[in-house]
Design a protein around this ligand. Structure first.
Ligand SMILES: Cc1ncc(COP(=O)(O)O)c(C=O)c1O
Length: 390
């Protein structure tokens, strides 16, 4: 598996890529499948005006090659954004990557080699597992509950596997929507610190909070032992490909050196737009609009599930993010339902796409972000009818 060709098997398109491909051809489908922003909330006019501001303000620097670490005005804004999340890192730890995905890949390039182990919670974000495996790593799932990865199980797994890192999604997790409470963050930080291990915290949904109090990032409980990754994809626009990372000191040099070989740096123009977005009050006004719109969608989905779904089904009600997780009864087969659902005009992702091994087939991940508000009730009703079939 260590040759490049051997590793291609690990990055072949999976259910999420397949869902994207199908949905592009089927605009009629009410999609609860992918974690992409609502197209109606992608702010074209705002981005056009921020782009004009960026050129006026930064001139040729916005169009030139730049520092691999990141465009300095965006690094400054990122520092302010993160300190509001309890992340008091030093400026030199910050890095602007090509999306959260780029940040994750850069960190993997520096940390993983064939034979490395990555520990993950279960279920976990499937595309990240593909990335880890594409670097030759073995991915080991650690027992998790509705508060995230479990401290005792993690302790045992760390001793057993000596992993390169532990990949965690503590806030509005993709795929379940669950959030790790403060107490669990403290317990996990204690285990990680005692074992001298490293966490990669993936936090791309944190700004989409609809209710409840904000929690400090996991990073703030174990700053020396955490690489933090976030992104503007879910709040501004995925196409700008702006990811932000906080690197541990030993990672800066290898990450920048390796990224140079890939794309030199993330687009300075896009970084300049992002810097203007974060600096400007129109940026916060946009975020408020986005949060209000998704909160209404989540509310509508939850109401529709209660109204239409058979009594044997249960679901998570997250405080934020884009996903909820529906568990069906033992005999329910979400994988087998996907084809008929698409034929009936609705899409979702089977929960099995988010397990590394021994995947249960009776769960579904529903994203409430993309479907138009007015179609959510109808879509959930169609899905519920299919779930009732013998
Ligand atoms: C958990 C998680 N991490 C990372 C990403 C990638 O985000 P980006 O668009 O910033 O690469 C996603 C996108 O769906 C995600 O759900």
């Amino acid at each position: 598996m260590s040759s490049a060709l051997g590793r291609v098997a690990e990055v072949r398109s999976g259910p999420i890529d397949d869902a994207f491909a199908t949905l592009v051809r089927r605009p009629d489908v009410i999609s609860f499948a992918v974690g992409a922003p609502d197209p109606a909330l992608l702010p074209g006019d705002l981005i056009a005006s921020l782009a004009a501001d960026a050129i006026a303000k930064y001139g040729s620097a916005a169009l030139q090659y730049g520092l691999t670490q990141g465009f300095p005005p965006l690094l400054d804004q990122a520092g302010i954004l993160l300190s509001n999340r309890g992340i008091g890192c030093r400026p030199e730890q910050l890095h602007i990557a090509t999306g959260g995905s780029g940040a994750l890949h850069n960190v993997c390039m520096a940390l993983l080699a064939p034979g490395s182990v990555v520990l993950v919670e279960t279920p976990t974000y499937g595309p990240a597992v593909k990335v880890f495996r594409s670097h030759g790593a073995t991915v080991v799932a650690v027992e998790s509950d509705d508060r995230g990865i479990m401290p005792d199980a993690l302790d045992v797994a760390l001793a057993q596997h000596d992993p390169a890192f532990v990949y965690l999604l503590p806030t509005f997790q993709n795929p379940t929507g669950r959030t790790m409470p403060t107490r669990r963050r403290e317990q996990i930080a204690e285990v990680i610190t005692r074992r001298g291990a490293l966490v990669v915290e993936d936090d791309v949904y944190v700004d989409l909070r609809y209710w409840g109090e904000s929690l400090p990032a996991f990073w703030s409980f174990a700053p020396e032992h955490t690489v933090y990754i976030t992104s503007l994809s879910k709040t501004l626009a995925p196409a700008l490909r702006i990811g932000i990372a906080v690197l541990t000191d030993n990672l800066r040099e290898p990450v920048f050196a390796l990224k140079q070989g890939i794309d030199m740096q993330t687009s300075a123009f896009n970084q300049a737009i992002a810097a203007e977005f974060l600096a400007s009050p129109v940026g916060s006004a946009h975020l408020e609009r986005v949060v209000a719109a998704y909160a209404a969608k989540l509310d509508t989905v939850v109401t529709a599930l209660a109204k239409h779904f058979p009594a044997e089904f249960t679901w998570t009600v997250p405080d934020g993010g884009m996903f909820l997780w529906v568990d069906g009864p033992a005999g329910f087969d979400a994988d087998a339902l996907l084809g008929p659902a698409l034929e009936s005009g609705v899409a979702f992702l089977p929960g099995s796409a988010f397990f590394t091994d021994a995947a249960p087939r009776n769960a579904m991940r529903l994203s409430f972000a993309g479907a138009p508000l007015g179609e959510i009730d109808r879509g959930i009703a169609v899905l519920a009818r299919l779930c009732e079939l013998p």
